[in-house]
Design a protein around this ligand. Sequence first.
Ligand code: PMT
Length: 480
Amino acid sequence: MLGGFETPLESSLRVGISGVSGQVESYHKLRAPHARCYIRGTPERFSMPTEESNDPLPARAPGLAARRVALGVSGGIAAYKAVEVLRGLQRAGCDVRVGMTKRACEFVTPLTFRALSGSHVVVDDYAPDNPDPIAHITFSQTVELFVVAPATANLIAKFACGVADDFLTSTYLASNAPVLIAPAMNTTMLLHPATQRNLARLRADGVRIVEPDAGEMACGTVGPGRLSDPGLIVAAALDMLRGISGSATVEGRGRDLAGEHVLVTTGATREELDPVRFISNHSSGRMGFAVAEAAHSRGASVTVVAGATSAPAPGGVRVIRALSAESMRDAVLGEVGSATVFVAAAAVADYRPAARAAEKIKKFDSSLTLSLEPTPDILAEVSRDRREGLLVIGFAAETERVVENAREKLRRKNLDAVVANDLTQDGAGFDTETNVITLLTRDREEPAALPLMSKLDAAHRILDEVVRLRRSGSQKERRK
Ligand code: PMT
């Protein structure tokens, strides 16, 4: 039994696929508490690795015994953590087979995984010592879940493009099983538009992604890209085996927003002083576009009302341009009737010139005093007049007392959730690829402070709250 899982014939003969096909090697089957083991030689000559009693990974989970999981390991410094993923899955009762890329073998040897899984570890299914010449087919078609941890930028790019030039990438293409990947790479590589594009494509293809953590990387940089905690990867995998979608630990949530119409505002408004000058801010529109992209990938129909933006709009969403606060308000009120979720990510100017000069204002020697008046508060207006079923999510860009101020906005504007940006944090807020957000919701006491992550990842976290609020029906209860 090498490439795939045990067939009934193999099981009754207690031999591997090479034995069934008449070759000479036989495999003795040992049963460890949480793993099946097929080892060449006599049972007496081999012992199974024992479990450490203080291991934090989940204990045997009901209903998961003998579920067949393929674990792919690609070549990064985090490859050693795949050992913990393997052990966690085994502990839950899963039957795990391992495949590795050639580069992964430079970080951890196949022998480690073979000893722990009790099975041949496939690196190259055309290698002379591999008795199953089509292991990528037998392996892929006998598994119920394909987990890749760590998934490097290179592997993600190959998966996204359908390149099949080694065992893992061929297995990906040849398998119908759901796929869970846990990316791990240098922060710059993770945030590179190419990697983000590849991840977005995989999400759209239904691949689930356990977000990398933020922190100090092996290369010394600080940022997102570290492999997520193995316990979280195992938890996400077990959720998928149990058929639970939308797990809080999993990023690619399938089409859990199908049927929703998400209306998003994004970008900066421009409040004109005269034909050539305006008051504005540094919003790039990236955050709102990320919400739009994430919602679209999860099955929602999406409309974006965009002010001035420097980031590109995602595909598959409708974009309405509205440059001033007044025109953004008109566009939003024209669309909100058909929306089921409203996300206000735009940086709308709070004040505008009380009068717009018809001609360019001339330069005088004396100082110039501008008279400003408040703009319409689009978010407050939508929330005030909302109909039953509309979820309203606001943002709060703060430089001090972040949670306190955001909580005050949540209450005053009668919102379902507020996404607080701490503008004093590196990598957060205006015109950055990343964000550091804290989520506050009407129904939860404790704010959820999230680490530095890409704006797309942050968008998915925000939409997870939308799904949770929708499911919990807390919005209805609030109005009773
Ligand atoms: O676009 P990026 O470069 O990616 O940057 C993202 C961002 C920092 C702009 C975004 O994440 C963000 O924080 N947007 C809200 C900025 C803001 O105007 O915050 P605020 O605290 O001033 O406003 C609170 C909420 O009321 C916001 O949801 C805002 O859209 C809304 N608002 C404010 C004023 C107004 N007249 N009408 C509104 O709808």
